[in-house]
Design a protein around this ligand. Structure first.
Ligand SMILES: Cc1cc2nc3c(=O)[nH]c(=O)nc-3n(C[C@H](O)[C@H](O)[C@H](O)COP(=O)(O)O)c2cc1C
Length: 312
């Protein structure tokens, strides 16, 4: 008897081939190594590191997390060890794993972004970069890089020039009136793929004390509460651009994954769900494999319903 053919969950994101479409999201998975005793990193499609900046950042005062109905608020303040410490202290150990490590990059000026990428370019062991453009541009009155197509072109164009050796993903801010416009600006400036999307600025307070529930006045909303909104953003971005899209926002179950793939994502990331179950990404890979086996198909293309085609 010939052995059963194994299902193939692999996906192509530009030049990058991922073992499967499930990645752990930036900010929910540290530098990967912290999860090694809980998760088989080699089973994931990959993971995105905590955002890396030019210099180390201590981050925001506590409390940094606050649960909300069907979601979570966070104000971490982009705490991180800084790009040089990441390269010296984290990356060497990560090279022992057979998983795609995507470095999430941010800054407060164009030069910051370029410098972080420059340092990473000379390091081995990364599969690509993800540019977080939901940051205030301090040289432009604090306006978010991701809020305006001209600023998006500038920051993506500069990053593209610096990132000569690796794929460049651009992670969009959800707080825009026309995601298609922003997606096109990022694509035209050289993004290889778009990640849609980041958290939604939000707040929670205790009216008795009049104080924020977080150590900061506002935070970012994530989790199942945002899924319907971000799903729409992925669908709208899909109609605007040709490049691959990585969808994320509120993913907890295999159905959530399939919904994102149906509206046009090629892969997904899992953030907040990791806080309740650190193994969730690995479980989703197992669950996706089971769905394909149950339906007796071998590739994702055979199972993902194309929402566009169904709703013509
Ligand atoms: C605690 C926390 C920290 C985060 N830090 C980052 C970060 O450093 N860079 C980034 O691009 N996104 C960051 N994010 C955003 C997530 O990667 C993701 O875009 C968002 O949470 C939506 O996905 P989810 O609903 O699955 O969490 C963070 C999210 C959380 C909850």
């Amino acid at each position: 008897m010939t052995p059963a053919r194994a299902v193939d969950l692999s996906v192509q994101i530009g030049a990058l081939r991922l073992r499967n479409p499930i990645l752990a999201a930036s900010g929910a998975f540290g530098y990967g190594l912290e999860f090694n005793h809980l998760v088989n990193l080699n089973r994931l499609g990959g993971f995105v590191t905590k955002g890396l900046s030019r210099e180390p950042i201590e981050g925001a005062p506590p409390p940094r997390l606050y649960p909300t109905p069907s979601g979570m608020l966070n104000a971490v303040g982009l705490q991180n060890v800084g790009v040089r410490a990441f390269v010296a202290e984290k990356l060497p150990a990560l090279r022992n794993f057979d998983t795609a490590v995507i470095a999430n990059v941010f800054g407060y000026t164009l030069e910051d972004y370029v410098e972080v990428i420059r340092v990473l370019e000379s390091a081995e062991g990364l599969a690509g970069y993800e540019l977080n453009i939901s940051c205030p541009n301090v040289k432009n009155g604090g306006r978010q890089f991701g809020s305006d197509p001209t600023l998006v072109s500038e920051v993506v164009g500069a990053a593209r020039k610096a990132a000569t050796g690796r794929p460049l993903w651009v992670k969009l801010s959800p707080l825009v009136t026309d995601i298609g416009l922003i997606a096109r600006a990022a694509e035209e400036a050289g993004a290889d793929a778009l990640t849609v999307a980041n958290t939604y600025p939000a707040m929670a307070l205790d009216f008795h004390s009049g104080k924020s529930r977080l150590g900061s006045p506002t935070g970012g909303l994530s989790g199942p509460a945002i899924k319907p909104i971000t799903l729409r953003l992925v669908w709208e971005a899909r109609k605007a651009i040709q490049s691959p899209i990585i969808g994320l926002g509120g993913i907890e179950t295999v159905d959530d994954v399939l919904e994102y793939l149906s509206v046009g994502a090629s892969a997904v990331q899992v953030g907040t769900a990791t806080f309740a179950d650190p193994r969730v990404s690995e479980r989703l890979v197992e669950a996706l494999t089971k769905v394909l086996e149950r339906d007796k198909v071998f590739t994702l293309n055979e199972i993902v319903v194309n929402f566009e085609a169904e709703n013509d």
